[in-house]
Design a protein around this ligand. Structure first.
Ligand SMILES: *Cc1c(COP(=O)(O)O)cnc(C)c1O
Length: 399
C-alpha cells in the first residue's frame, strides 16, 4: 500500500516555506508613506529618478518606467514597428506575456524550441524559423541565465537585419560577457512583479540606447500624448498637450517607483544571497542520479539566480513531477513550474497549430522541471529543510 511521503519523514517543517517571498521592509514602507504624503501619486519625481537610477545601473542611455514588463514588451515592439503580417520570434519556454504582445500588434509569434540544458532559445531552431517576414527576435533569459546573445545575433544577422527585444523579466541584475543585460540590444524589458528579483508590486522598465525608441515608448506609454503630466506641471500652460497617436495607459505610479528605488539599492545584495543559496543547492544535489542541475553562467557573465530549477530524471523515480511537487508540499515546501511551454497551451495549439513534436526539447523539459524556493530572506535552516525534504523524497521514490 502506498504511504503518503510525509508519513516516512522525521523532518517535516512546522511552517510552510513559500516558493517566494518578496524582501520588502521598513525602508520600502517609509518610501511609500512619504510619497503618499507628498501628494504626487501618479508618475512624478520618483518615477523620473527611478528611470535615471535604473538606466545608470544597467549602463543604458534611456530607461522608460511602466506598470509591467508586458507593457514594456508591447511598447518596445510597437516602437520598433512590429505590425500586422510580421513575424516575431519567441521561445516556447517562456511566460505567455512574451508572445501575447505580438498578438496585440496583429503579428504572428513564431515559436522556437529551446536548449535542453539551459532552457534558452535554441540557435539552430531559430535559424530554421527566420524568414523574410521576421521583424524582431525576443530571447528570454530564463531564470536569469543570460542567453548567448552573440551566437543568436550572428545566426540572425546572417539571414535578416532585425532588432532584438530581450525579455529580461528574470535578468536583473545579470551580465552577458561583462555587460549588463539592459545595455546590449535595441530594447530590453524588465519586470518588477511581486515575485521577481526586485519588485514594485506591479511594474516594469524598458531600457534602450536608441533615443527615438525611448521617445516613442514614452509617448505611447501615456495615451499618445506628447508630454506627461509631470513634465507639463512646471510649464507655462500645464493644461496644454497634443495627442499624436492612439496610445496606451502604461505609466508607473510614483509610490511604486519609490519602492523600486529602494529595491534597486538592495538588488546586488539580494542577487548575491540568491547565488549563495544556488551554490548550496548545487553542492547538495551534485552527482545525484535523480536530477539534472541548472547551469551556472559562463566566466565573465553573471546569473541573477531568479530561479533555481531542477530537472527530474524520471527514469530514476517512481513518480512524475506533479506527484513530486505535491509530496514536497506535504512536507511544507512550496515549489513552482517555469513553465508549461507556450506550445502546450490551447491558444497556441489552436491558433497557431503548435504540436509537441515540433518542440522536442521544450516538451521534454515541460514534464521534468521543478523550481525550488530561492529568495534572499531564506534562512540557512530554510535551505537545509528544502535539501532534506528533496533528499527524503528521492529515497521514498527511488525506482
Ligand atoms: C513575469 C514575466 C513577464 C511579465 O512580467 P509582468 O511585469 O508581470 O508583465 C514576462 N516575461 C517573463 C519571462 C516573465 O517571467
Amino acid at each position: 500500500m502506498l504511504q503518503s511521503a510525509s508519513d516516512k519523514v522525521s523532518h517535516k517543517r512546522s511552517e510552510f516555506l513559500p516558493f517566494h517571498k518578496a524582501s520588502v521592509g521598513q525602508q520600502e514602507i517609509d518610501a511609500v508613506v512619504s510619497t503618499l504624503r507628498s501628494g504626487w501619486l501618479t508618475s512624478g519625481p520618483n518615477a523620473k529618478a527611478f528611470e535615471e537610477e535604473f538606466a545608470s545601473a544597467v549602463g543604458a542611455r534611456f530607461a522608460v518606467s511602466v506598470n509591467s514588463c508586458t507593457a514594456a514588451l508591447h511598447l518596445a515592439a510597437e516602437a520598433l514597428g512590429v505590425k500586422e503580417g510580421d513575424e516575431v520570434i519567441v521561445p516556447s519556454m517562456t511566460f505567455t506575456a512574451t508572445a501575447e504582445i505580438v498578438s496585440y500588434l496583429k503579428a504572428r509569434p513564431v515559436i522556437v524550441d529551446v536548449d535542453r540544458t539551459t532552457q534558452l532559445m535554441d540557435a539552430e531552431d531559430l535559424e530554421r524559423k527566420l524568414s523574410p517576414k521576421t521583424r524582431a527576435v525576443m530571447p528570454v533569459h530564463v531564470a536569469g541565465l543570460p542567453c548567448d546573445l552573440d551566437r543568436l545575433k550572428s545566426v540572425v544577422s546572417a539571414k535578416v537585419s532585425v532588432p532584438f527585444i530581450e525579455d529580461a523579466a528574470h535578468a536583473f541584475p545579470a551580465q552577458y560577457k561583462g555587460r549588463f543585460v539592459g545595455s546590449i540590444s535595441e530594447a530590453t524589458c524588465f519586470s518588477f512583479y511581486a515575485t521577481k528579483t526586485i519588485t514594485t508590486g506591479e511594474g516594469g522598465m524598458l531600457t534602450t540606447n536608441d533615443e527615438k525608441l525611448a521617445h516613442r515608448a514614452r509617448v505611447m506609454r501615456t495615451h499618445g500624448i506628447d508630454r506627461d503630466a509631470y513634465s507639463r506641471s512646471s510649464s507655462k500652460d500645464p493644461w496644454y498637450y497634443e495627442v499624436v497617436d492612439a496610445g496606451f495607459k502604461y505609466n508607473l505610479t510614483d509610490f511604486a517607483a519609490a519602492i523600486g528605488r529602494v529595491q534597486l539599492q538592495k538588488a546586488e545584495a539580494m542577487r548575491s544571497r540568491r547565488e549563495e543559496i544556488a551554490r548550496t543547492y548545487q553542492s547538495a544535489f551534485k552527482g545525484s542520479k535523480f536530477f539534472t542541475l541548472p547551469m551556472g553562467a559562463e566566466a565573465g557573465s553573471l546569473h541573477s539566480w531568479h530561479l533555481y530549477t531542477l530537472q527530474l530524471n524520471l527514469d530514476s523515480l517512481t513518480v512524475d513531477r506533479a506527484q513530486f511537487a505535491r509530496s514536497l508540499r506535504e512536507l511544507n515546501i512550496g515549489t513552482s513550474v517555469h513553465w508549461i511551454p507556450l506550445h502546450r497551451h490551447p491558444f497556441y495549439r489552436q491558433k497557431w497549430g503548435c504540436r509537441d513534436e515540433d518542440f522536442p526539447n521544450a516538451s521534454w523539459l515541460a514534464d521534468r522541471i521543478l523550481s525550488l524556493p530561492i529568495f534572499p530572506d531564506m534562512s540557512q535552516q530554510d535551505v537545509s529543510d528544502v535539501i532534506e525534504a528533496v533528499g527524503q523524497l528521492t529515497k521514498n521514490y527511488e525506482r
